[in-house]
Design a binder for this molecule. Structure first.
Ligand code: ZN
Length: 160
């Protein structure tokens, strides 16, 4: 069976950057998603269309088809006292912050100086060329409920 809209796809993946550093990999050995519902980044989803179980592929996804370009305007300096005083603040830490329209925003600490912390509201993988090594384990048709919900149920999917 080939991957098409509303296939349920189970795969192994390893995600690397252009320098070969491993950024992420499928936890518990596999990852399962509903194809054609924007559940994964567009560059990877497009490359998987038409593939079948057993196929192995390496996909290079540019930032525009991944997590977007890095926007310097989403970096800002905030006073140290805005952070919990009991915690040591270090680069790489992530916090929930409030965006300009009141939305929840994940920010990453990029620099800590005396009384100032610089945070970046871009996705941690914004601006990164993403290399996915993928092995497709299983492809099946989604059931009606899965299509209605836009995600996979059962093993590797939502339980509710
Ligand atoms: Zn559901």
């Amino acid at each position: 069976m080939q991957i098409d809209k509303h296939s349920v796809v189970t795969l192994h993946y390893t995600l690397k950057d252009n320098d070969g550093n491993v950024l992420d990999e499928s936890s518990d050995g596999s990852f399962c998603y509903l194809h054609g519902e924007n559940n994964i980044i567009p560059g990877l989803e497009n490359a998987l269309t038409g593939k079948a179980s057993g196929d192995e592929l390496s996909v290079s996804v540019p930032p525009e088809e991944g997590y977007g370009m890095h926007d310097a305007e989403r970096t800002q300096s905030v006073p140290r006292h805005m952070f919990p005083p009991e915690h040591e603040i270090e680069p790489g830490m992530q916090f929930q912050a409030e965006g300009p329209e009141g939305q929840s925003l994940l920010v990453t600490v990029v620099k800590v100086e005396d009384d100032t912390v610089t945070v970046d509201g871009n996705h941690p993988l914004a601006g990164v060329q993403l290399i996915f090594d993928v092995k497709i384990i299983e492809v099946r048709a989604a059931n009606e409920e899965e299509i209605e919900h836009g995600h996979v149920h059962g093993p590797g999917g939502h339980h509710h």
